[in-house]
Design a protein around this ligand. Structure first.
Ligand code: PRP
Ligand code: URA
Ligand code: MG
Length: 209
């Protein structure tokens, strides 16, 4: 079974409370999602492999560490996942970005895929799938299914708010995937929204409601 971690650093908790507030407008919402994503990227990159490298300081020659150059791809689930990309790239600027478009049918709550564009060497990359919300888990599961069909095999999933139902479903469908969230909320309501959650992440990021 992959990891399940709630990244509850005080700065992350504080910023998450700002975006939960219904009075927070689009501009601040977007900025704070970006900031939280950078903080989360710092946490989830803790186990990135290092290698020895020789470096000459002004004093002497020594052997120290550098990133081993493992290839990384960030895959946002559109639309809301887009809000997490720049924050991540702040720390891992050389990462490639793949996009997967998916919306949740309002009646059935089933995800519908509408776009996929991945880097050509996706099968060789450590993939960070990002989406602010893990609700029923349907979108995350279908996104990872789509990536596996294209040869990808190494995944971490990052969200801001998760419902217990979504975590369970994702763990059942893709047990090897590490899941990182900034908060584990209480449950889903009858419309499939996370309680207390933060509302519709895509609409709040892009001002579409
Ligand atoms: O876990 P699930 O039950 O599948 O729900 C989560 C999905 O719902 C939201 O997307 P939405 O369908 O609102 O699309 P949008 O990002 O374009 O707004 C959210 O960003 C996730 O992708
Ligand atoms: O609470 C929720 C659930 C799904 N998608 C969202 O954007 N918010
Ligand atoms: Mg939405």
């Amino acid at each position: 079974m992959g990891k399940f971690e709630v990244l509850d650093h005080p700065l992350i908790q504080h910023k998450l409370t700002i975006i939960r507030n219904r009075d927070t407008g689009t501009k601040v919402f977007r900025e704070v999602v970006n900031e939280i994503s950078t903080l989360m990227a710092y946490e989830v990159s803790r186990d990135m492999p290092l290698e020895d490298v020789e470096v000459t300081t002004p004093i002497e020659k020594t052997v120290k560490k550098q990133l081993a150059g493992k290839k990384v791809a960030i895959v946002p689930i559109l639309r809301a996942g887009l809000g997490m990309v720049d924050g991540f790239l702040n720390l891992i600027p050389a990462a490639k970005v793949g996009h997967i478009g998916m919306y949740r049918d309002e009646e059935s709550l089933q995800p519908v895929e509408y776009f996929v564009k991945m880097p050509a060497d996706i099968d060789q990359r450590q993939i960070f799938v990002v989406d602010p919300m893990l609700a029923t888990g349907g979108s995350a599961i279908m996104a990872i299914d789509a990536l596996k069909q294209r040869g990808a095999h190494s995944f971490k999933f990052m969200c801001l708010v998760a419902a217990p139902e979504g975590v369970k479903a994702l763990q059942k469908a893709h047990p090897e995937v590490d899941i990182y969230t900034a908060a584990l909320d209480e449950k889903l309501n009858e419309d499939g929204y996370i309680m207390p959650g933060l509302g519709d992440a895509g609409d709040r990021l892009f001002g579409t409601k």
